[in-house]
Design a protein around this ligand. Structure first.
Ligand SMILES: [Zn+2]
Length: 322
């Protein structure tokens, strides 16, 4: 696999063809890892686009849409090449764990670009980054709210000093046609999208759905976005669709001051004023630990939906149109 990365295989494929493979790695810690991937070489030259999902184990619209995307894309109508990996974090996916990789308890999306001398997640991150992401021109990283999270669908990219790179990232993010586009002012340490951007790869994160659910409309939203992203970067010879979208910047979030039982009092897309109650935190006797209030005015774009929460976790995130 180190000798034959998916992109090398793409280069050797006949124009207009598809190839299925399993990614394996030489590291002892990854000896049981085999990751199904589809490599597609278009009929003509164009960008190398990596479509990755399943960094987190309990997020389903991305993997479901990526599987469909890999099957349905017609290589004869494609310019450039695609590597599609529906589930990069196999153990988290099959063991149905939220947030972290079961092998080491680490959140894979906090350790990119990874470390070959690290734990399971760190080695996996490094191998994925080197084989799939760094050689790509464009990365699309598909996420959802995790099993205990509810969110408004959005895409996002990072602002950076290389304005043409930022422009390409923004183009891909907007092409997903989701109601919110986040232009993050700062890199997010350890996230795949952020690490890719730093390596000069145009990159967008997509967040659709959550709570461990897979309604068909969420899968379709991601699938349609993937197709439109190909249009936007001229991989498909048809014009990209556009829809009205609002650029958001992250407003503040309300975090848990202590571990406890969380009961949200707000819903998605609800406008709240500064100081308005967002929910309540109690102990296991039902005694109130804290009233959780909005630190400032904004729109609820994310909230935790589980009863037990840990100290410091974001309970509600607020967004604000730019
Ligand atoms: Zn995720």
């Amino acid at each position: 696999m180190l000798n034959q990365t998916p992109w090398m295989i793409a280069d050797e494929l006949a124009p207009g063809s598809k190839h299925r493979m399993e990614l394996t790695f030489p590291d002892a810690v990854l000896d049981r890892v085999a990751i199904p991937a589809t490599v597609i070489r278009g009929q003509t030259d164009g960008p190398r686009i990596a479509v990755i999902s399943g960094v987190h184990g309990g997020e389903y619209p991305g993997p479901a849409a990526a599987v469909r995307f890999a099957r349905e894309i017609d290589p004869a109508g494609l310019s450039g090449s695609l590597v599609i990996v529906p589930v990069v974090n196999q153990t988290a996916f099959w063991q149905r764990t939220a947030f972290v990789t079961p092998d080491d308890g680490i959140n894979l999306n906090r350790v990119f670009p990874g470390d070959l001398n690290g734990t399971f997640s760190e080695v996996l991150a490094r191998r994925l980054f080197d084989a799939l992401v760094e050689p790509a021109d464009i990365l699309i990283d598909l996420h959802s709210g995790d099993i205990f999270e509810s969110l408004t669908p959005f895409s996002g990219y990072f602002k950076m000093s290389d304005k043409s790179l930022q422009e390409r990232s923004a183009m891909v993010a907007h092409a997903f046609m989701l109601p919110i586009v986040n232009a993050y002012p700062e890199p997010f340490p350890g996230s795949l999208t952020s690490a890719a951007a730093r390596a000069g790869v145009a990159s967008a994160i997509v967040e659709v759905g959550g709570n461990g659910l897979l309604p068909s409309e969420d899968e379709a939203m991601v699938f349609d976005g993937l197709i439109n992203a190909l249009r936007a970067v001229n991989s498909l010879n048809e014009p990209a669709r556009t829809v009205p979208q609002t650029i958001y910047e992250p407003a503040s979030s309300a975090d848990a001051p202590a571990a406890g039982l969380w009961r949200p009092a707000v819903g998605l897309n609800q406008q709240v004023e500064a100081g308005e109650r967002l929910g309540t935190l109690t102990d296991l006797y039902g005694d109130e630990i804290a009233d959780i209030v909005a630190p400032e005015a904004g729109e609820v774009v994310f909230y935790m939906t589980c009863l037990p929460v840990h100290t410091g976790e974001t309970l509600v995130a607020l967004g604000r149109p730019v």
